[in-house]
Design a protein around this ligand. Sequence first.
Ligand code: ADP
Ligand code: MG
Length: 712
Amino acid sequence: MTFLDNDIRYLAGIGAQRAKLLAEQIGVVTIGDLLYYFPFRYIDRSKVYPIVGVTEELDEAYVQIRARVTSKQTLGYRRAQRLVVRVADATGEAELVWFKGAKWVEARLEVGREYLFFGRPSFYRGQLKMAHPEVEPVPVIVPGGVASDALPLSGASLQGVYHTTDRLTGAHLGTRGIYQLIVAAWAAAENSIAETLPEELMRAHGLVGLHEALKNIHFPESPAKLKAAQYRLKFEELLGVELDILSRRTARTERSDGFLFPRVGEHFNRFWNERLPFPLTGAQKRVIKEIRADTVSGHQMNRLLQGDVGSGKTLVALVSMLLAVDNGFQATLMAPTEILARQHFASISGMVEGLGLRVAILTGATRAAERRKILESLSAGEIDILVGTHALIEDRVEFANLGLVVIDEQHRFGVEQRARLWTKNHRPPHVLVMTATPIPRTLAMTLYGDLEVSIIDELPPGRKAVKTYLKNDSDRLAVWGFLKREIAKGRQVYVVYPLIEDSEKMDYKSLEDGYESIVRDFPRPEYQVVAVHGRMKAEDKQTAMREFKEGQCQIMVATSVIEVGVDVPNATVMVIESAERFGLSQLHQLRGRVGRGGDQSYCVLVSGVKLTKEARQRLRAMTETNDGFELAEMDMRLRGSGDMAGTQQSGLAFDLRIADLSRDGQVIEHTRRVAEGILEGDPQLERPENDLLRALRAKYASKAPADFSQIS
Ligand code: ADP
Ligand code: MG
């Protein structure tokens, strides 16, 4: 128990009410929590743009302007209500809009007064607009003193901005309120900060002390000191994570109770010699070899298979499962969606037909009676390969002898969900996770824990690169004409929309509108159009997919549900509507749905006419390259912090306060090497000089869910 463990109520000015809110909303309970609640951004208070200087060409995600309110107006009713504030400085005018909390803001802005507005610039007809900018009264800097609106330490111009929530803001704990609490917490705790890293380590890696780091993360004395503080805190966090991952790896490789698949038996051989629909690519063969080596090593396999869309991961999965079956084990393949599970089931059943394998499928849509039968056969060992969705994780599902788990498109599963699959056996099965999301190796290991990585870096031969075009709404007729010509050649077409319903505020095309207009422009009986979206019943979806796959319809109108897994080689055109709404990796995934046969395929990105600079870069990148790795890198660069997170960081086994896995690749690599060095000298961290590091490792280990190495 240290001073930092004290409840925040210890601080003056925090009553029970606010303490409760802080705990609920942002998990801050102790003074320590508060000090580790870092700003997610800093405003450079010294930098104020003249309005005329904020142009579409300006390469800043956020800008600050200093302007006078000239008018304010509330428009619309009820939920559609918004506050429109016009402001001006000596150089020009801008329009600020609030959709949420309009009343609250309205009451705080006075016409005629000057404020600092900080926000993301956008433009309409060349005029600067900002939605939901932060507002501050023009600050009164009290030289050397601590005034409520000034910075507490020196004349620094960097001001931290803290994440907050509507409810906190309502209780005067907006970013500024939180900042003031931190000022108070720091004053109280400043003399109780105990160093958490060994002296020697800090010296060797040029890290500043914890006291210095915490102080500067909240109240930067200079950009250089802020940087040093950020580096120190990231380093510590990632070192903790890496120490934990490496220790678990050691534990896993020291265990030698991995299932053995030494036999290359009848199923495998017959499939290989009689059924292989095409020669495998070199990359597929290499990966299969790697998996074979793992499954005879005596250690449990934990392997990530990365391969771009269309690279043929499914076949690798199937071959691996045949190995398991030939050695007397069951295998399972888990997919993120019903559609994908069905597709895998259909293609696997087709490929192994006549080989005497018992393949079944279990999903949320499986009916009770059918389900009971499957569960019985499964636990009696009468099913060899079970394909399914999340339904597989349910407790009632029991295998007789599960030897291999294959997880497709794994970023859609959280770490915990995966961890539950491992527990389906007293001994952990081999695990192969497959993903089309390219991520650097160390990052992958950090994201998913300790694992080996295989890469399929080669597409099957004869594939023609998909040609990608960027069009906008005014090219509509030409696009439709193109579709008609392709359909006349006997090809099929996808048209994808981002949303099911019209979004309240933004005018994106909805699937429903789109469907109607397509049916109008592509009339029956000449054309058959089918729609698939997330809200349909599983059965209806399946029927639609089947009709399309069988060629009964030429056009599939869909939301991004088709993003993963649809495999219709005859489909040669992918039209993506409101393409600017999609992230790069999603666009790439969607594009991967065409170009699966021998015919030239096309991807047509249809966007609005007005695009942000970032959206334009993104769409242009799509037309310039088909390389998933290149696009993923660009995606990280363009979207930056936390967004890649959307899909990936959420599955994380640990809680990162400051490191950002999409941006801190170098720090990750570095701390991994440092951790390796430390553990080489002291594998269990038993030496007294490593006491602090043992504690650090424990801090991160405690947050990781059980994985195989921890299951006995
Ligand atoms: P993904 O890696 O995206 O899951 P799939 O496994 O779905 O890719 O394979 C994409 C398509 O390529 C499928 O139609 C599959 O039958 C085909 N395919 C896979 N391997 C080869 C190969 N070696 N040669 C030719 N076609 C292949
Ligand atoms: Mg796949």
